[in-house]
Design a protein around this ligand. Sequence first.
Ligand code: SF4
Ligand code: MG
Length: 325
Amino acid sequence: MTAILDVRNLKVYYRTPMGFVKAVDGVSFDVRKGEVFGIAGESGCGKSTLVHSLILRKPPMIHMGGEAIFKGRDLMKLSKEEERKIKYTELSIIPQYAMNALNPTKKIKDIVWDLAREHGAEDREEVEKLLRERLRMVKLSDKVADMYPVELSGGMRQRATMVVSTLMNPDLLIADEITSALDVTTQRVVLELLHYFMKEGIVKSIIFVTHDLALLDKIADRVMVLYAGKVAEIGPTEEIIDSPAHPYTSLLIESLPKIGVHYKRAKLKGIPGTPISLLNPPKGCRFYPRCPYAMEVCQRVEPGVFSVGDDHIVACHLYGGEKNE
Ligand code: SF4
Ligand code: MG
């Protein structure tokens, strides 16, 4: 599968009065056409920073190095104007608090028309027709187009936001923790919708960000586990869940309650210790203070990236051998 997004050694820091917070510190991965790519890790691991750095970065977030090639262009080098142009049409983000993301003073159809016009649409009728079609596709009444966001229930607003984010058929859709504030039933509906968007070709690829590995089991083709701003492991979802290679991933999996062979939703918990400060991270492995397998070398030397299977890599000294890149 060809990569739609190729991120190499990306560094995104926050400038603070105490110094730089190294939130994303040399992260590499790719997202392929036709896949759902999951990003997992505890809060503060850099997953939100990573996806929000890809388009319309705002201070205090600073790009410190590396690249993110999206359809042949480096997202880190686009002008604000170019970024605005591709947002929604090529790369769209459903924000973390999607339920409250829509402008409360405007009707859904006006929100959509403003966006479409900004991107060059001229025929309002055509845009509204598409909106009503899509609303019906996600099992909302097309009358929702004439309503204000506050007139909708939380679940309806969530779906309306998903329709707005995908109306212009973006190649890549980023969903940042969109299910964390939802009850289990609404969560299921959201996952089904994402599948549906893929199936219908409305979006080509999805990045699904969550702290909840059990959810990725249901939706992602591949998973990247981040720890303290670094990649711990990337691999096919089944392999990551059934035979995790990184000690951190193993602990995450162990913390998920199991029912039969299925994993129940659970917050990442039960891992002793707290993540290190990203203001002044240690030079060795960032998981060292919490790792049950830590060796002397781990404190001194940052682990390289090793291949542990087909399309499966891990950053840990337990896996010697050939360096992957
Ligand atoms: Fe643990 Fe060492 Fe592997 Fe880090 S490199 S995860 S400290 S064994
Ligand atoms: Mg977040």
